[in-house]
Design a protein around this ligand. Structure first.
Ligand SMILES: [Zn+2]
Length: 135
């Protein structure tokens, strides 16, 4: 599989099938050049939307943790935090957190749903690629 800019675009947009997505993910991990290219594509996509809100969403800075979402579901948080998470889910409409909550709400949890678990794992792995490397 030759990885071109178009392949990386499809990867970012989540348009690759699972196997290709895994191949690209592995290749990006192993190749500093591809990692740089991926980051530059993401950066160029971000040009034009430098609003604080966009940066906030992109970096998931305002996202509650999965544990918090779980507590939210149980209403085991203080009112302010519950209001905030409700706002984040319903008004901001954060896709990542909505997916996380859906997953938590699925009757038997993520372990009973391999597709959801795999999607969640991919999401986390792909997110890691975009984080700055630890020194
Ligand atoms: Zn979120």
């Amino acid at each position: 599989m030759t990885i071109t800019k178009a392949t990386l675009d499809a990867f970012i947009d989540d348009h690759l099938n699972e196997q290709d997505s895994i191949r690209v993910e592995k290749a990006v991990r192993e190749s500093p050049e591809l990692h740089t290219l991926l980051k530059s594509i993401v950066a160029s996509r971000d040009i034009g939307d430098h609003s604080i809100g966009a940066i906030w969403r992109r970096e998931h800075l305002s996202c509650p943790t999965r544990e918090e979402l779980s507590s939210y579901k149980e209403e085991a948080l203080d009112t302010q935090r519950i209001d905030y998470i409700k706002f984040h889910l319903e008004i901001v409409g954060c896709n990542a957190c909505q997916a996380n909550l859906l997953d938590l709400n699925s009757a038997k949890g993520p372990k009973a749903n391999p597709a959801a678990r795999e999607k969640h794992r991919q999401f986390l792995e792909n997110s890691k690629l975009l984080l700055p490397k630890k020194q």
